[in-house]
Design a protein around this ligand. Sequence first.
Ligand code: SF4
Length: 374
Amino acid sequence: MNKKIEWLENNEGMGLYVHIPFCTNICTYCDFSKMYYKKEWVDRYLEALKKEIQQYAIDVPITTVYIGGGTPSSLTTEQLQTLLQMLQVYTNNVLEYTIEVNPESMTCEKLQLFKAYGINRLSIGVQTFNEKILKKIGRQHCNQEVFRLIYQAQEIGINTISIDLMYNLPLQTKEDILKDLQIVETLPITHLSYYSLILEEHTMLYNEHFEGMNEQEEYTMTEMIREKLGQIGFHRYEISNFEKNGHPSLHNSIYWLNQHYYGFGLGAHGYLQNIRYSNTKQLSAYLRGEFLLCEETINQTESMFEALMLGLRLANGISLSLFKQRYHIDLLAYYQERLQPFFDQGLLIIEENHLRPTSKGMDLLDFILLELVD
Ligand code: SF4
């Protein structure tokens, strides 16, 4: 059991997510809500963001703050300061305060600013340490910039560092992945998000007719990565996320535990008092103050099912007693018919009063979730 996630499970966290949709270049595989950096747009965006946040009149303690993108570090130091000042009132007592950064847009000045405003976790977009592949996917940094950033962050006192890596990239071989993992072993990082490239329509790679691994190859690669990471002390606590020395992402764990969070900014999502909401993805509408796109009330049946689907992503699984406390329903009895085949196949187990995937179940989680939805 991961102790931090267990704590969060018992203490009902509240997250706050802020989306910064600007990037200095567009990656060939990217399907996120983003656009090219333009100073004037960012200035106006920050003003609109302030208005959106004020509308919510937040009066509950915030557990985690996450500034994601896009590329938040593409903002100038002054713009970042405006953003961090805007959030300061909510961040004073947070347990985890993360910002996503890309190495090529980071400076010592920005790191010092982050430290001064209490940011205690960096999430660095690395994707691979193979510079040829980096170019192919449209990333602008080199390995030296990654290493420098990690060591500077450490010197300044931001010690919780996560990197994003990807597999199933164009030109990437098994040996490339093994080399990436060898480099990971030498770095003082505590967290790793490792995703297989999902080829989305309307991306440059899709238009180039790139074909990634087939299902079996991907499964074999996932297993190899998990095994290697395990050997170097990274524990898989979520299907695509690994932590070392007890440093899971608390903010993302709030999502997986089906707890509540504010979401601010272009295309952001939030979940408050059983209402899921999404913001507009149109910058012009957002700048006019038309923030909200839609909201949906989640009824108890839907909420229980979401708790099941999200909770199974975690190695910790779902607490049966907390589920009962929240919904006044016995999870195992309610879902018995649907879950039984997975118990029989050794993909799910009950342990320490939690329903959780076995290691094999974690590898086949997509299959389990798909079957459950059906
Ligand atoms: S930096 Fe991130 S958000 Fe921006 S284009 Fe690349 S993948 Fe997309």
